[in-house]
Design a protein. Sequence first.
Length: 281
Amino acid sequence: MVKWLKNILFERLFYQTRSRWFLNALYLFLFCKSVFWLVTLNTYFGNDALVYRSMSPVPVYWRPVFILYSNPAIHVALVFSVALLILSFLALLLKRSYWFIHVLLWLILLNIHQAVYTGLSGGEYLLQVMVITSLFMQKAPDVTAGSVPGILHNLSAFGLTGQICFMYVAAGVSKVVYPEWREGSALGMIMAEPAFNLWQMPVSLFWLWQVLNYSILIYQIGFPFLAFSRRYAVVFLWFGVLMHIFIIFNMGLITFGLSALLPYLLWLKGIPRILPKSGAA
């Protein structure tokens, strides 16, 4: 156990190259989200905004993430959206990552999400988690193992991948509770809804949806084990990529699908490097 912890903290760096791809993709996605909120400023934050705010009292310790919620003026939303755009673009251009930029991005993101909470999907919540768990991840390849930045980088990488594993297992377990998923009919029922079947794929192919139904359950519950397997990781992870691409284009859940795809950049070669005995990824 002590040797394992020493290996994790001091002897090598996790995702040393791929963390740069992940962080840059994360910053780019935040930049695109800020552009979206600027374009739809009146829809979400104007006088006739779609989002209802009750203006209920906010506890003192939560006020930093309810500033935008408590100040519904459109110019306040403009400041937050522009700040997110500038900071995400700056983080994308910089050759190194800085924790205080992540903290600011996270606080801005929380404020925007609290203000438009009724229009959120699981993708926005996942985005919040990824911004804060990747707080100390480094995109510069010159960080040395065993240094303070290297240790914090490893802890962030470990926390991020652990959170992704938890997300999939929680999603799988929550599905098993429902008899429709256990019987294999849930996915076919979802595809019967035109809003979630933009390609109008044939619902009559019950066997196909049943196979995919159980495949999704196996994928989500088995993620922590198979995603780190040297033998099965490549096929397993590509199934996940295709699943999220299907969610984006056929089900129309763009933000959720893209947010879920971002962590796959850490597994880009198919076999994660959190378990090998030596070497940096």
